[in-house]
Design a protein around this ligand. Structure first.
Ligand code: NI
Length: 136
């Protein structure tokens, strides 16, 4: 475990009360872990602004498997991006729709582009690209 340092922070009472309410609702056991998570999120956000940073993406899509060739197009796209595709998971949601989560790894600019190509495939009804930087 990394060496810990203590810090003191001055903060308005009402701001701290509002923060405490939110983190209690989210299940945090103490402020320290909630503040560490805020700092990690801020650092991750900063890293994501550099397109050359390595990272990962979870691409979530929903599509109608009755539409012609959607599944085949998605598979073809992932085969053409093999260096970036780590794995994928397919769930049959109901009689029409499939949900797929595709994990990509690589340079952020590349995996963001691939993720958006997947989402913009004709027949994909809903899609999201969630990026995280490779450093913690
Ligand atoms: Ni399916």
């Amino acid at each position: 475990m990394a060496k810990m340092q203590r810090m003191g922070v001055s903060i308005e009472e009402d701001l701290l009360e509002a923060f405490d309410r939110v983190i209690e609702h989210q299940g945090y056991e103490n402020r320290s872990e909630a503040i560490r998570d805020l700092i990690r999120r801020k650092l991750d956000h900063e890293r994501l602004s550099d397109p050359d940073t390595k990272g990962m993406a979870a691409v979530l899509i929903v599509y109608d498997h009755h539409l012609p060739n959607v599944g085949r197009k998605l598979t073809k796209l992932q085969h053409s991006q093999l260096l970036e595709t780590v794995c994928s998971m397919h769930v049959h949601m109901d009689e029409h729709y499939c949900l797929e989560v595709i994990i990509l790894k690589g340079k952020l600019s590349d995996i963001a582009k691939t993720g958006h190509e997947i989402i913009s495939t004709k027949g994909v009804k809903l899609g999201k690209v969630n990026l995280v930087s490779g450093q913690r």
